[in-house]
Each structure stands twice: as structure tokens, then as C-alpha cells.
Design a protein around this ligand. Structure first.
Ligand SMILES: *Cc1c(COP(=O)(O)O)cnc(C)c1O
Length: 368
């Protein structure tokens, strides 16, 4: 049996490097509720990412739900069907109705040209996704939001460390939410955050993620428990020290695939966006009609050789039973996303992926 190649694998620093952090927690016996590691990680992430205010969460989904609560979003929210299911689920949990619009073929991000037609008197917000860490057309989205007085909450769960000309992409919109799940570029096992524009907004979000508690006798909102624990925050502090090598290795893997697959007929790599800094969080290819195998057949062939690629995002969110009945879920409303979901395959990409493993992937795809 050949050694299996995973689609993703978390970066784990040497175990002994984590021991002093654990010792510290054992010594001071503060396990959660905004303890010292929580405070340190918020500060360190602000510096690393180049943003002003961050509120840590126990995961990205609770960050999204709390962002909606913080901005008092009601009614309909325009979003993309081409994402992880948590994007629409967060709207569902907050009592909002998702309205799906189509994506652009080059980024698979929400197509700003499709937003206006989806706006109704009930629309109060837009929730775009920086899919695969490629920035949305933030200027076009903001212009529409300003014209119609809509809030913008970015699901930036893929966009850790991504920068455009002006700095971190996480500064865009009213709020940006990010995930530190084990499968993401930067992980705290489970975790997430909201990037917010000012101290007042952060204070409200900090209350909302702690049951809405303000002080011993005051609760101002029906908040949730979304706090990141000290053990996750401590791991984040350690992980942050290794981000240079993580980013560098991911960039190398990306470059190798791009070069190796560029002449394979029927295989299209998603173009690199103009971002100043990319994070190479995923490596999606589109298996076109002129490739000898269907996407699903290629997926199976890879699997037969112990190579795990992932059909990500397939099915579309709009195809799941809880969203299928919405008028905006009709495939005719979202043709670009529908085609992408049939063609996409995300190849293995992570720091420990060896050159030998990568050539196995490329050779197999090129063989047909
Ligand atoms: C990972 C992810 C989420 C959810 O984040 P969790 O930390 O797993 O809750 C939401 N949206 C997108 C696009 C994601 O990739």
C-alpha cells in the first residue's frame, strides 16, 4: 500500500515547544474568560495581521452569528452558495433568510453585478466570502452597500494573512469573521475571531460572546458562549511563531502545482488574484469538459491511488435540504456556481506535503 496523501494536514509545532505554555496555564490556573493567553493572542494577531481590533472566538461559526447580532441584522441577507455550509447556517441561526447570488468565474467569489437584482425591502446586509482566500471585489460591494444602506459582514474564514494594496483584507466591510479551525492556514485546534473597526464595537462583541454580561449584575443582550479557552489561545501563540515557514511551504506547493499542471489539457487552475500577500489556503482545479475524465472519475482515480482530493464546494449550500426550497436556490439563478461545483477539485496542500507526494498527484492527473 502506498502512503496515503491527505487533502489537508494541520501544522503542529514540536510537542515539547508547547509544554512551557501548558505549565504556565497550570501555574496560574486561569483556563478561560479572557485570561492572559487570550489577551496576548488578540494583541499578537492584531500585530501580525495589521488590524486594530480583534475579538477571539471558540470557532468561526459563532463569530459569524455574533457579528450578525452585533450589527442587529434582520430580514434577508445576500450571500453566496459557493462556500462552506456554515456561511448560510450562521444566517439561519440568527433568524435571517439567505438570498443566494451567483459568483464570478475567475475567483468564484460573489459577483457584485448580481447583487442589486437580489435586493428587496427586507434586505439589510450582504455576507460575501473571500473564497479560497482570494479577496472579493470589496470596492464594488461596498459601493452597493452604501447606496442601499446595507451592512457588510465578510466571511473571511479562508483569508488569514491575505493582504491587498491597502493592507489586510480583514479590514473591509463592517465586520470580518475568520476561522482558526484545524484545517485552516492558522489554527488553534478550534477557534475564530471577529475583526472590528473600533474599540466600542469590540467591547460590544466581547459582551455578546460572554452571554451579554457587562458586569456582576448587568446583562444587556441574549449573548452566547463564544469565548476562546486559554489552551487554544496558548496554542495560537505558539503557532504564530511558525507562520513564516507555513506560508512559505504553502506558496511552494502552489507554485509546483501551477507549473506541473499548466499544460494539462482540460485542467484549469484558478487564476492568482492581484493580492499583495496570498495564503495559498487551498489549491482548487477545475476539471473541464476537454479533460478525458469527469471530475468525479478523476476524484475516484486519485482516491484509488490513496490521494485524497476534495470536491470543495460540492454540493452547493443551496442544494442542501434546508435551503433548496428558496427561490434564489434555483440553479438557473446561480449558473456559474452550479458549474463550478461540478468541476472543482481541491488538491492536497499543506506544509508537510513532500515534493515526492506532489509529483505523484501531478503525474496522475497528467497521465490521462
Ligand atoms: C471554516 C469555515 C467556516 C466555519 O468556521 P469554524 O471555525 O469551523 O466554525 C465558515 N465559513 C467558511 C467559508 C469556512 O471555510
Amino acid at each position: 500500500m502506498t502512503k496515503p496523501i491527505f487533502v489537508t494536514q494541520p501544522y503542529l509545532p514540536p510537542l515539547e515547544e508547547f509544554t512551557p505554555y501548558l505549565q504556565q496555564i497550570w501555574d496560574n490556573k486561569i483556563l478561560t474568560n479572557g485570561g492572559p493567553y487570550h489577551q496576548q493572542l488578540e494583541k499578537a494577531l492584531c500585530e501580525y495581521l495589521g488590524v486594530e481590533h480583534i475579538a477571539l472566538f471558540s470557532n468561526g461559526t459563532l463569530a459569524l452569528i455574533t457579528a450578525l447580532q452585533a450589527l442587529r441584522v434582520t430580514g434577508e441577507v445576500i450571500t453566496t452558495p459557493y462556500s462552506f455550509v456554515a456561511t448560510a447556517h450562521s444566517l439561519h441561526w440568527h433568524g435571517n433568510k439567505p438570498v443566494f447570488v451567483d459568483v464570478e468565474p475567475n475567483t468564484l467569489n460573489m459577483d457584485p453585478a448580481k447583487i442589486e437584482a437580489a435586493i428587496t425591502p427586507q434586505t439589510t446586509a450582504i455576507m460575501p466570502v473571500h473564497c479560497y482566500g482570494n479577496p472579493c471585489d470589496v470596492a464594488a460591494i461596498q459601493k452597493i452597500a452604501d447606496n442601499y444602506n446595507l451592512r457588510v459582514i465578510y466571511d473571511a474564514c479562508h483569508a488569514f494573512g491575505v493582504e491587498d494594496e491597502g493592507g489586510s483584507v480583514l479590514r473591509h466591510g463592517d465586520l470580518s469573521c475568520i476561522s482558526f479551525h484545524a484545517t485552516k492556514v492558522f489554527n488553534t485546534f478550534e477557534g475564530g475571531a471577529i475583526v472590528c473597526p473600533d474599540a466600542k464595537t469590540k467591547q460590544r462583541i466581547d459582551q455578546l460572546k460572554n452571554f451579554g454580561i457587562v458586569d456582576e449584575i448587568t446583562v444587556v443582550a441574549p449573548g452566547i458562549n463564544g469565548k476562546m479557552s486559554e489552551i487554544n489561545a496558548a496554542f495560537g501563540m505558539l503557532q504564530l511563531k511558525h507562520m513564516d515557514i507555513v506560508m512559505q511551504r504553502r506558496a511552494e506547493v502552489d507554485a509546483y502545482y501551477r507549473e506541473g499542471l499548466k499544460d494539462v489539457k482540460g485542467i484549469r487552475c484558478l487564476p492568482q488574484t492581484a493580492s499583495r500577500t496570498r495564503n495559498h489556503s487551498y489549491f482548487p482545479i477545475l476539471v473541464g469538459e476537454d479533460y478525458p475524465l469527469s471530475r468525479d472519475a478523476l476524484h475516484q482515480k486519485l482516491k484509488d491511488s490513496s490521494i485524497n482530493a476534495r470536491r470543495y464546494f460540492y454540493p452547493l449550500i443551496s442544494e442542501f435540504s434546508m435551503y433548496r426550497g428558496l427561490p434564489s436556490s434555483a440553479p438557473s439563478n446561480i449558473p456559474v456556481a452550479t458549474l463550478a461545483a461540478q468541476e472543482v477539485l481541491c488538491l492536497p496542500i499543506y506544509p508537510a506535503l513532500s515534493g515526492q507526494d506532489q509529483s505523484r498527484v501531478v503525474d496522475l492527473i497528467a497521465k490521462f
